[in-house]
Design a protein around this ligand. Structure first.
Ligand code: NAD
Ligand code: MG
Length: 382
């Protein structure tokens, strides 16, 4: 067997991080963890470092008091430290599993450092997709999707020529409020939004799933990964979360990829690509009845999905602004400072107050991101 692939895992202490570690544990001869980050949880980071014998570490939040790193490990600090770790020369692949637009610069750093990238973080593509994809082409590195829908599409597209693809249809569970009226949604709490029916995930993406902003972000992510225009990207509600997405070909045939709702399948696929090995979770059991129902989404009750689609069609900085306003609003909702329906209201107001333009470089993306955050913060106070 060939040498083990050397993996850097950014966001090792999160929900995706945890699933990725399960895959790494199961395949020690194929995958070797060489670098890990956490934002502020030093104890959690050091425990992973000890278990996997990792020598390159980073705490991306500059906290003042940090206990010494175990053994002779190198502990990097802050966002620059995270970029350095992302580009670790020794590594073959960098798995970006940090949350939010904080994933953008480390993703670019990994690409520029010549590492292949596995993206669980979708915000990097939403915010700076044009520049991330350009940089990957220039550096000749691969971007593999670990988001379950995009990983499913990637798998369905193997061996399919581009001109045979008609549309990509992303599946969505619909979240905990799938059947709620707007009136009911007005009074839901953060605890209710955090109780996702199928997936156990970090708090930000769990709220994004409840508002369906997540599916909106994923439409934009799919646009950059697969190069299809907005009008050939669809969303369908599929409450059991077994079909992870669909690809319709020009002749009308529809391809799908199915697994139980666990991120280990997509993560293992991306980590071992193009090889395969036994999975760490049980596959689907067809001796039981399986529900594979599909229904169209309701854009009226889920305005975040409509707003994301509009931002995707507007192009330029609109997706960056959509994402920034969403991050601010979700954070405020999680702190119980605003209501659930204030999330789309803040996004819409921020988009309306933005002077739309085409960003020429990553600096212009970063300034659009901070400007949108400032605008969205102002709306919180209104
Ligand atoms: P999480 O909140 O559970 O974990 C986030 C990780 O990133 C932690 O290790 C945390 O320490 C670190 N982190 C937090 N803020 C940071 C910052 N500002 N800079 C650097 N690191 C930071 O989140 P998650 O659910 O694991 O999601 C991670 C990413 O993967 C998100 O972009 C999410 O949309 C995407 N994703 C998650 C799932 C899932 O099942 N959880 C599925 C698909 C895609
Ligand atoms: Mg997803």
């Amino acid at each position: 067997m060939s040498e083990a692939k050397k993996v850097v895992l950014l966001g090792a202490t999160g929900s995706i991080g945890e699933s990725a570690l399960r895959v790494l544990r199961a395949h020690p001869h194929r995958l070797q963890l060489v670098g890990i980050s956490a934002h502020s949880d030093a104890q959690g980071l050091f425990a992973i470092a000890e278990e996997f014998g990792v020598k390159d570490l980073c705490l991306s939040e500059k906290v003042s008091e940090v206990p010494p790193a175990p053994g002779n490990a190198t502990l990097r600090r802050g966002p620059r430290g995270l970029e350095e770790l992302a580009a670790l020369h020794e590594a073959d692949i960098t798995l970006v599993a940090v949350v939010g637009s904080a994933g953008l610069l480390p993703t670019l750093a990994a690409i520029q450092g010549g590492n292949d990238v596995i993206l669980a973080n979708k915000e990097a593509l939403v915010v700076g997709g044009k520049f991330v994809m350009e940089a990957a082409r220039e550096a000749g590195v691969r971007i593999l999707p670990a988001d379950s829908e995009h990983n499913a599409v990637f798998q369905c597209l193997q061996g399919v020529p581009e001109h045979d693809v008609d549309r990509i249809i992303l599946t969505a569970s619909g979240g905990p409020f799938r059947e709620f009226s707007l009136e009911q949604m007005a009074s839901v709490t953060s605890e209710e939004a955090l109780a996702h029916p199928n997936w156990s995930m970090g708090p930000k993406i769990t709220v994004d799933s409840a508002t369906m902003a997540n599916k909106g972000l994923e439409l934009i992510e799919a646009h950059w990964l697969f190069g299809l225009p907005a009008e050939r990207l669809d969303v369908v509600i599929h409450p059991p979360s077994l079909v992870h997405s669909l690809v319709r070909l020009v002749d009308g045939c529809v391809l799908a990829q199915l697994t139980p709702p666990s991120m280990t399948f997509a993560l293992q696929h991306a980590l071992l690509y193009p090889d395969r090995a036994s999975g760490v979770d049980k596959s689907l059991d067809f001796s039981e009845p399986l529900d594979l129902s599909f229904a169209p989404p309701d854009l009226q009750r889920f305005p975040c999905l409509r707003l994301a689609r509009e931002a995707m069609q507007t192009e330029g900085i609109a997706p960056t602004v959509f994402n920034a306003a969403n991050e601010i609003a979700v954070d405020a909702f999680l702190r119980n400072r605003i209501g659930f329906l204030d999330i789309p209201a803040i996004i819409e107001a921020t988009l309306n107050d933005t002077q739309h333009r085409d960003p020429k470089n990553i600096e212009e993306i970063l300034s659009a991101d901070s400007e949108a955050r400032r605008l969205a913060m102002e709306k919180l106070r209104d």
